[in-house]
Ligand binder design. Structure first.
Ligand SMILES: Cc1cc2nc3c(=O)[nH]c(=O)nc-3n(C[C@H](O)[C@H](O)[C@H](O)COP(=O)(O)OP(=O)(O)OC[C@H]3O[C@@H](n4cnc5c(N)ncnc54)[C@H](O)[C@@H]3O)c2cc1C
Length: 400
């Protein structure tokens, strides 16, 4: 098996790494107590610099203005971007737009592409994805209350959503709503584009999470859809195809998340090591001399390397046999990588002592923002069940 990375990829990764370290790490120093809105002028400058380097939207095919990187190449690049909380945003590869761009490229009509995809490709607008509801379990997404009822050439949408990431300031939401209540559970819902200035679209609040409500791209909104009227032409794909569309991009989406989390873990390990060699714990004795600290470093190194190999293997399998065949690998990396990242961030904070709790390093931001990795895109338990079910099937146990 050949684990070598092609020279061209290595060079690209080195250039991206340099950009992230020199241009994006310094933003962390000024973001303390600053809203995302206030950071936008700086981030827009960084985006312009990324474009000038030819690194804009690495995941988007060249014919749509992106770099058109192969899946594995983009996965590796995603790790570099993940080292900064602003990496994906600066490169135009941020969730949820990246996923919405994929969906629109695949399922939108020419007219829809022109109107909704084009502004995302240029970065002139943002979008969001509105599926989870406060009164229904997101882990069982086929059970939802939001409806889109047809009236002539329009849908009338009513529902209550929350944790719609980046809705604040977005131009439109792609809303998952029940259009075919009598159909099989997986064929009941459709994805419908709703401009956020449509009457009846009510952004109730940016939900305060871990003490911060956030704003703009860095926020999660509660939204009421009250008699929201949009043309039937705003539907993506066939009526009732909402879950099939969502499913089609889950594999790629999880690889991108996982590689970003590996970037977070690498950054935390780097900070851990810098602190270990820079902090005197007694006169002339560095923190790095303590075995427990060495253990933390070694455990983190091993777990991150294991996670990366697992993610790249899953990406390779998706490339070669498709996401359906790779579903066990995809579920395995989802919970394993999330845990690896969170364990590493926690160890890094511990080794920093009080400094790790303070806002003086990026660790607190990782700790607050990334805890949710074990919940969104399927909670740990759901993915472990998928894996265990497959293994136990080989032992004749099929009641899971
Ligand atoms: C930061 C963040 C961003 C998000 N962004 C978006 C977004 O942009 N758009 C969107 O639509 N949604 C978004 N979500 C919502 C996310 O998809 C849901 O939170 C997730 O699907 C879980 O649903 P729930 O919160 O309703 O938890 P529930 O479904 O109520 O589950 C609660 C807990 O029960 C346990 N559990 C659930 N199922 C099982 C099972 N089968 N076996 C054992 N235990 C189980 C798990 O521990 C789980 O965490 C986001 C969430 C977060 C935290």
């Amino acid at each position: 098996m050949d684990f070598s990375i092609p020279e061209e990829t290595k060079e690209r990764l080195a250039r991206v790494r340099e950009f992230v370290e020199h241009e994006l790490y310094p933003i962390e120093k000024i973001d303390q107590g600053t809203s995302f809105r206030d950071l936008l002028p700086i981030l827009n400058d960084k985006r312009a610099a990324v474009r000038a380097l030819g690194f804009w939207q690495p995941q988007v095919p060249q014919e749509h203005g992106g770099m058109g990187l192969r899946f594995l190449d983009h996965a590796l690049l995603s790790e570099e971007l993940g080292k900064s909380p602003y990496g994906h945003y600066a490169f135009g590869a941020q969730a949820p737009d990246a996923g919405n761009i994929e969906i629109l490229i695949e399922y939108a009509t020419e007219e829809q592409r022109e109107r909704w995809l084009q502004p995302l490709l240029t970065g002139e607008t943002r979008s969001c994805f509105s599926m989870t509801e406060p009164d229904r379990p997101g882990s069982n997404p086929v059970w939802m209350d939001t409806t889109a009822v047809r009236e002539g050439d329009d849908y009338i949408i009513n529902g209550h959503k929350w944790f719609t990431t980046s809705a604040d300031g977005a131009a439109y939401a792609i809303v998952m709503a029940v259009t075919n209540p009598a159909a099989q559970p997986h064929k009941r819902a459709s994805q419908i584009i709703v401009p956020t200035d449509t009457p009846g679209f009510k952004l109730v609040r940016n939900i305060s999470c871990m003490g911060h409500a956030g704003d703009e791209w860095m926020s999660h909104a509660e939204i009421i859809y009250e008699n929201v009227r949009v043309p039937v032409d705003n539907r993506l794909g066939e009526e009732g195809a909402g879950f099939a569309i969502a499913q089609s991009r889950l594999g790629a989406g999880r690889i991108h998340h996982c590689m970003r989390w590996i970037g977070v873990a690498e950054r935390a390990l780097d900070l851990m090591c810098r602190r270990a060699v820079g902090r005197e714990i007694a006169p002339g004795e560095m923190l790095a001399s303590r075995h427990t600290v060495q253990n933390s470093i070694a455990e983190s190194r091993a777990a991150i390397d294991a996670a990366r190999l697992m993610v790249l293997n899953a990406a390779w399998k998706i490339d070669h046999v498709g996401a359906k065949e790779a579903r066990i690998e995809i579920s395995t990396i989802k919970f394993f990588t999330a845990r690896t990242m969170l364990d590493t961030v926690d160890r890094a904070i511990q080794i920093h002592g009080a400094l790790g709790i303070s806002d003086d390093t990026v660790l607190q931001s990782f700790y607050r923002h990334e805890r949710s990795a074990r919940i969104y895109d399927g909670p740990d338990e759901v993915h472990k069940r998928v894996v265990a079910r497959q293994i136990l099937k080989d032992y004749g146990y099929t009641r899971l």
